[in-house]
Design a protein around this ligand. Structure first.
Ligand SMILES: [Fe+2]
Ligand SMILES: [Fe+2]
Length: 280
């Protein structure tokens, strides 16, 4: 199973440069080209939120127009910049998005690794939360299939990222409760998040938690006391999660790569099928 995670695409008005510098539609278009060029291609592309800078029918139409070229199936989740109603209208009819209910949370059951997508948004707020109702929903989903390896995804990192500014702490509440909940469900192989606009990994809830790179403008790694939040011209990227047989041969593990999106020139092939082909 190959799962590509994209996040924080922040699509804006056509032709607009976000913060005067970032053509988020262009980088998403390039991202789609990179994903389509994968061989083998992914089984699923999961978007972990902040689809648009300001969620609206027009922005989601622009996003869908770009993503129409994607070969793989796509599932999307809400982030703090998204609008639940507009998102539900735009993606209604997809097999995963609930047609009713206060939260846009759902499960994806079609692959060797089950994916549980949690809605961590507080409407109108930058940070998120997992309230008691959402934690109960997640607990019930995890109780359904205790033997199935499972990814739990949410937009806001449930851990402190160590960065300053609004990205330092993703959840206003529910992080500690989520940690304790996951420790009761040993099938969770990864917690996936977005929001931080740069990749990072930590231990959490007795498993591994990972925040994805963004396809728009990465945030600088700022750990100083001035609480600076800065958008940078570092390369955008995607995460590629591979479900691979593990070293024991008795199971499988989720191996996560980060692939920058950009033009890097031609690769130099060194080996093919294990044989050295580089003659230089
Ligand atoms: Fe974002
Ligand atoms: Fe966000």
């Amino acid at each position: 199973m190959i799962l590509v995670q994209i996040s924080d695409t922040h699509i804006d008005a056509p032709g607009a440069l976000v913060y005067g510098h970032f053509d988020t539609a262009a980088t998403l278009t390039r991202t789609v080209e990179v994903i389509n060029a994968m061989d083998p291609g992914p089984d699923l592309v999961l978007h972990t939120g902040d689809i648009a800078s300001h969620g609206s029918a027009a922005r989601y139409a622009s996003f869908k127009q770009i993503m129409d070229d994607l070969n793989a199936p796509l599932a999307v989740m809400p982030g703090n910049h998204d609008d639940r109603d507009a998102l539900r209208d735009a993606f209604g009819g997809t097999p995963w998005l609930p047609a009713t209910g206060a939260f846009l949370h759902y499960t994806i059951e079609d692959y060797p690794v089950r994916v549980i997508c949690c809605d961590s948004v507080i409407a109108g707020e930058v940070p998120g939360e997992l309230c008691a109702e959402r934690l109960d929903w997640l607990d019930a989903r995890l109780c359904e299939a205790p033997e199935r390896p499972t990814i739990v995804a949410l937009h806001h990192p449930p851990f402190d990222t160590g960065m300053t500014g609004a990205t330092s702490k993703g959840l206003l509440q529910g992080g500690g409760e989520l940690d304790a909940l996951l420790r009761r469900h040993g099938q969770v192989v990864r917690v996936l998040a977005g929001h931080a606009h740069r990749p990072m990994t930590t231990s959490f809830g007795g498993t591994v938690a990972f925040a994805a790179p963004t396809t728009c403008y990465p945030f600088a790694l700022e750990t100083g006391p001035e609480r600076i939040l800065a958008a940078t011209h570092e390369a955008p990227g995607v995460a590629v999660h591979l479900w691979l047989p593990n070293a024991s041969g008795a199971g499988a593990d989720l191996v996560t790569h980060v692939a920058p999106v950009g033009d890097w020139g031609d690769a130099i092939t060194l080996r093919k099928n294990g044989e050295r082909v580089y003659a230089g």
